[in-house]
Design a protein around this ligand. Structure first.
Ligand code: GRF
Length: 204
């Protein structure tokens, strides 16, 4: 069996992308390959972070319409025979067309995953950590979920709670990022070890 091929889509800082790449490198190229990182934002630090770790990084931005933009991304995913698409702070919704095209290459399996800093369905969308903090919740957490066409609505794969004590917002946010990196890393390990089944790319 060839290594599972991963693509990471990210729009910003890229701490999750960096953690994923490091984890993949630790697990070994015989098990996992990060084919590329893609950003839709020219100024996104994630592009340089990926290149610094030896992973190709592509920018696909400034398309006139969503379909053309998604086709440009699909072309890359196809060229690289990508099995799993991992979203890590990717700030766009994916269309049903995009998701169905991917499924058609993966024997109808959904292999697009996102990490979100709340216990979904609570606090979907942006600024989830700050909104929960402002509400003085006693706990929030991190969710790993499959991606559908909605905003943070896909099937939940894993969740981990994070309690709120006397932390400042930056301290509390740092906890989320640590947990995100752990959860995503554990998921990647499951792919590498075959505990999470991969439907391999096949051209249709
Ligand atoms: C993370 O909090 C992730 O859960 C959310 O976007 C943020 C991305 O952070 N979807 P980073 O760019 O990986 O540091």
């Amino acid at each position: 069996m060839r290594p599972a091929r991963i693509a990471i889509l990210a729009s910003g800082t890229g701490s999750n992308a960096q953690a994923l790449i490091r984890k993949a490198q630790e697990l070994g190229a015989d098990k996992l390959e990060v084919g590329f990182v893609l950003s839709d934002k020219e100024e996104a630090p994630v592009l340089e972070r990926a290149r610094d770790l030896g992973v190709p990084a592509f920018l696909r931005a400034k398309f006139n319409d969503r379909r053309t933009h998604e086709d440009a991304i699909l072309m890359l995913l196809k060229e690289h025979h990508i099995d799993w698409v991992l979203l890590a702070g990717y700030m766009r919704l994916l269309s049903p067309y995009f998701l169905k095209t991917l499924q058609s290459w993966h024997q109808s399996a959904s292999q697009v995953v996102n990490i979100h800093p709340s216990l979904l369905p609570a606090y979907p969308g942006v600024d989830s950590i700050a909104r929960a903090y402002t509400d003085r919740v006693s706990e929030s957490g991190v969710t790993l979920h499959l991606v559908d066409e909605g905003m943070d609505t896909g099937l939940v794969l894993r969740q981990q709670k994070i309690s709120l004590g006397n932390e400042t917002l930056p301290e509390w946010s740092a906890k989320f990022h640590r947990v995100e990196h752990q959860i995503y890393g554990a998921f990647l390990t499951d792919i590498a070890e075959g505990h999470q089944k991969t439907c391999y790319f096949t051209e249709t």
